[in-house]
Structures are given as C-alpha cells and as structure tokens.
Design a protein around this ligand. Sequence first.
Ligand code: HEC
Length: 169
Amino acid sequence: MSTKTYTTWMRLPGIMLIVMLLGGSIAAGCNSKPAPGSGQEIYTRYCATCHMGDGNGIENAFPPIRETEWSNGDKGRLIRLVLYGMQGPIEVKGKSYNNVMTPHNFLTDEQVAAVLTYVRSNFGNDADAVVAEEVSRVRAAEGDRSLYQSERLVYRIGIPEPDSTLSTQ
Ligand code: HEC
C-alpha cells in the first residue's frame, strides 16, 4: 500500500463524519422553530422577553422560572399569575424582586395550559401538566379582575370548583 492511498483511506471516516454533522445540523435547523400554538412557542413569544429563553430571568428585574416554588407549585396560583399578572415584593430562590408582571388574560385557556405545562416540564422543573379546564375554572371564578398584589396572590392557591364565583378585589 503506498503512503498516498493509505492517507486518503485514513481520512475517509473524518470526511464522512463532517458530512453527517452537516446533514444533522441542517435537519436540526429545520426543527428548531417550535410548532405554532405549542407551549414552547407561546413561551418564546410571551414570556421569554422577561424570563429569557433559558428561564434564568434577569437579575434584580425578572425572576428565574427555573426550579422555582412558583413554577413547580400550586397550579391555581400559577394560572392566576399568568392571567392577571402581579406586582409587589417577592422572593425567588433567595433573591428579592419588586417589579410588575403584566397580565396575559388575552391568551386562551388552551394557550395558558400549554405554556404552563411547558414551563412545568422544562427548565429543570418537574410538575404535573395544566389542562385548559383548570384555566377555565380559575377564569370563571376570578372574573375580570385587575393585577394581583404579590402578598395576596401568594396565598391564592387551588383550582376553584366548576360553579364557584368569588368576589376578589
Ligand atoms: C413584562 C415582563 C414579564 C413577562 C412578559 C412575563 N413575566 Fe413572569 N414575572 C415577571 C416579574 C417582574 C415577576 C415578579 C413580579 C413581582 O415582583 O411581584 C414575574 C413572576 C413570574 C413567576 C413567579 C416567580 C418565579 O419566577 O417563579 C412565574 C412562574 C412567571 N413569572 C412566569 C411567567 C410566564 C409563564 C410568562 C408568560 C406567559 C411570564 N411570566 C411573562 C415579569 C414578566
């Protein structure tokens, strides 16, 4: 075997690897856009501006949603938070925040369920899914309310019964 043939033969696996990697990244590129209406797409569109794509938030301004008590905790509280927003002092992972999260009650029950299910099963979170019916029950009970104060929302836990109405201001 001459040196030339030997070196060409040796390079072949490397060339094949490059071709495979290129092919793979092109395929991944096509899939990197989340499906419309998916929890990921809603997160990217409506939440990532403040909580960032990686869920780490911005120090002193927007809290992380990664591995937090709110993300993994009570679903009723989380749904109220997304629908009506919140302002006032809170502590997340030992750090203080005192800012405003805007309401998202323009999202449908399905969209709120999808984005919260996505948040609760990504970013290191591990909590059960939120279904549209739960969002609908919270919405029906809370009505057309305004922004929640943090010290109040903290205790607003649980999904209301289907026929319950609350007067909460
Ligand atoms: C305008 C910026 C903004 C947007 C948009 C926003 N948030 Fe927030 N979010 C905040 C702020 C600020 C707080 C803390 C509010 C406070 O200080 O009382 C917060 C609090 C939270 C919390 C509770 C604390 C924690 O970090 O665990 C969760 C969970 C959360 N947001 C999820 C979401 C989700 C899901 C969306 C999208 C549907 C969203 N947020 C959109 C700014 C935002």
